[in-house]
Design a binder for this molecule. Structure first.
Ligand code: SAM
Length: 174
């Protein structure tokens, strides 16, 4: 299974804060290693770090990341870059190959992404050719690449944990 890190580009502080936070939360819950944010937004960073502190694991988040340099350095160090876009190749045609990669940087946009991104990525991958969102496309990609094993993932060091139950809410605090 590859190690997966997200690069969130195009984030507009205030306007995209909630969606970007949810990109990070989905990435963490579904097995990614961390997220680079190509914007200056300490609010998003704080929210994600608060969740990690309380709910465990070692997911990282860093903001103020220059996105082109991030992509260049990732590729120079032998990593694979996947840009999620509805215009890309079908995920079902590339997932076996992507699962063989050691490290993947997954780039997701907000509104329109810069055209040059298509050429900078190793793969442009679509989760259907329909418009939806960075959260849903990322979730499906992670589930396909981890082949559902991420659903059994543990989050060491958690102060709170949900006890699954058919009815009501049960948690355990430590
Ligand atoms: N119209 C915008 C564009 O052309 O870049 C799409 C904006 S969409 C709200 C935000 C992000 O969601 C995109 O940059 C892409 O990463 C992701 N996304 C949306 N639909 C997708 C799809 N069908 N497959 C893969 N990624 C998708």
């Amino acid at each position: 299974m590859p190690e997966i890190v997200i690069l969130r580009i195009g984030h507009r502080p205030l306007r995209d804060q909630r969606v970007t936070t949810h990109v990070g939360l989905a990435a963490r819950a579904l097995g990614a290693r961390g997220m680079f944010l190509a914007a200056d937004d300490s609010g998003v960073v704080r929210s994600i770090r608060d969740v990690v502190e309380r709910w465990g694991g070692d997911f990282f988040i860093e903001d103020k990341i220059p996105w082109k340099r991030c992509i260049r350095e990732w590729r120079e160090s032998g990593g694979t870059v996947v840009h999620l876009t509805m215009y890309g190749e079908r995920i079902q045609d590339r997932e076996d190959e992507l699962r063989e990669a050691e490290r993947i940087l997954v780039v997701v946009g907000a509104e329109k992404v810069p055209g040059e991104l298509y050429g900078l990525a190793d793969y442009n991958i679509a989760v259907t050719g329909q418009p939806h969102s960075e959260i849903s496309s990322l979730a499906v990609l992670l589930d396909h690449l981890f082949a559902a094993t991420e659903l059994d993932r543990e989050f060491p060091g958690a102060h709170v944990r949900v006890i699954p139950s058919a009815m009501g809410k049960q948690t355990e605090e430590r």
